[in-house]
Design a protein around this ligand. Structure first.
Ligand code: SAM
Length: 373
């Protein structure tokens, strides 16, 4: 068996930049900010020993990249995220797609294209600013047809497809630019884009039908309990939200409104949301330290002896001050009863940044490796 010293030497010697990484089809249908390149969880799973009869946990699973990689490695996993769009994506990516999916998607498309009844648009704040009337009608008709489908797995996969096109059919300039621009799309274009997304999902899933279970929980990870997990955790791979970097609730705001969720509730509990740092009585790095101490204590209690806990995190800037989040994680882990094994720096390819984050520092990030001994 390889000694721990050699294991870490080997890990540190790997090239973690993965500069020629290409986005694979399953992860490119629906946008998600700051998602993992699959090579990171894959490499950690391949190189770190996992105690027997344990699961892999990602307490901030986002678009589900860790969970898909766990399935590919044949290991059971659990993913948690506060954002219902994240849990929808993770669920659809890790569940088997029904053989009837494409047929039903095409039926929904034809029904929508010939829909003649009146349309009642749901009350969503500021809707006319962001969506043309004809587009509002298109989305409403699609969701009305999808909500009639009894098979929840198929309905969720179809909601995933609607969610994937929301920004594309809106007046928003792009996923990362929150300006309203002129939009030439009509009601039928919404249906065509939905159909295209369903075909992409079908093609991607045909090469990714994996039977290993993955359970997804929509919850605030700071409120995690042993009962939520049920089994011992043998490996944690996660990239946490961190102060003043991305705002996941804002990015998915209209996706949530359309699918019947309340983005403002998500904003309240979202760790790191910019709004928490720029209002009166704003949060500081100390709030993030308290949150991470709580989280790492609870992760330590869920882990089996020997389990590794890996956090991938960048630095941030709050009111001009650089916050070394990787050090905050390592210190919080020590307090929680975990041992700091190594911190590895990796460079992020500039084209991969999904936002103009001049207020954050994300040219590089760190992989902090901890262990329960
Ligand atoms: C860096 S992203 C994770 C991306 C993920 N690794 C992927 O590959 O898609 C951080 C995630 O933390 C989630 N999050 C923020 N605050 C949370 C909280 N209190 N509890 C659970 N999840 C939270 C966000 O919704 C976001 O999906």
């Amino acid at each position: 068996m390889i000694s721990e010293d050699n294991l870490m030497k080997e890990l540190i010697s790997l090239d973690w930049d993965f500069s020629d990484s290409k986005t694979e089809s399953l992860h490119s249908i629906h946008p998600y900010p700051a998602k993992f390149i699959p090579e990171i969880p894959r490499c950690l799973i391949q190189n770190l020993p996992i105690p027997s009869n344990t699961i892999i946990l990602d307490p901030f699973c986002g678009s589900g990249v860790t969970l898909v990689e766990s399935q590919r490695a044949g290991i059971e996993s659990i993913g948690i995220d506060l954002n219902p769009i994240a849990t929808l994506l993770s669920t659809v990516k890790t569940q088997e797609l029904s053989p009837q999916f494409l047929e039903i998607a095409l039926k929904v498309f034809s029904k929508c294209a010939t829909y003649k009844k009146g349309v009642i648009i749901p009350p969503i704040p500021n809707l006319d600013h962001w969506f043309k009337k004809s587009v509002q009608e298109g989305i409403t008709i699609l969701l009305t047809e999808i909500n009639k489908i009894k098979d929840e797995r198929i309905a969720n996969a179809l909601r995933f497809c609607v969610s994937s096109i929301i920004v594309r059919v809106s007046n928003q300039e792009s996923d990362t630019r929150y300006a309203a621009v002129e939009n030439h799309l009509e009601r039928n274009d919404v249906f065509s884009l939905f159909k295209l997304s369903a075909e992409k999902l079908w093609n991607a899933k045909m090469h990714n039908q994996l039977e290993v279970p993955s359970r997804i929980i929509n919850k605030d990870s700071l409120q995690l309990t042993k009962a939520d997990i049920g089994k011992k955790v043998g490996l944690v791979i996660t990239s946490p939200p961190y102060p003043n970097a991305y705002e996941y609730w804002l990015y998915h705001k209209y996706r949530m409104w359309w699918l019947g969720f309340d983005p403002l509730e998500v904003k309240e509990s979202e760790i790191g949301a910019r709004a928490h740092y720029f209002k009166k009585n704003h949060q500081t790095a100390d709030d993030f330290i308290i949150q991470m101490e709580k989280l790492l204590r609870s992760l330590a209690s869920l882990c089996a002896k020997g389990a590794f806990v890996c956090f991938v995190i960048g630095q941030s800037k709050i009111h001009g001050e650089i916050i070394e989040n990787e050090k905050i994680i390592a210190n919080a882990a020590l307090k929680g009863g975990l041992t700091h094994i190594a911190t590895i720096k990796r460079m992020i390819r500039s084209g991969r940044k999904s936002f103009n984050l001049s207020h954050a520092r994300i040219k590089e990030e760190f992989i902090v490796i901890l262990q329960k001994q």
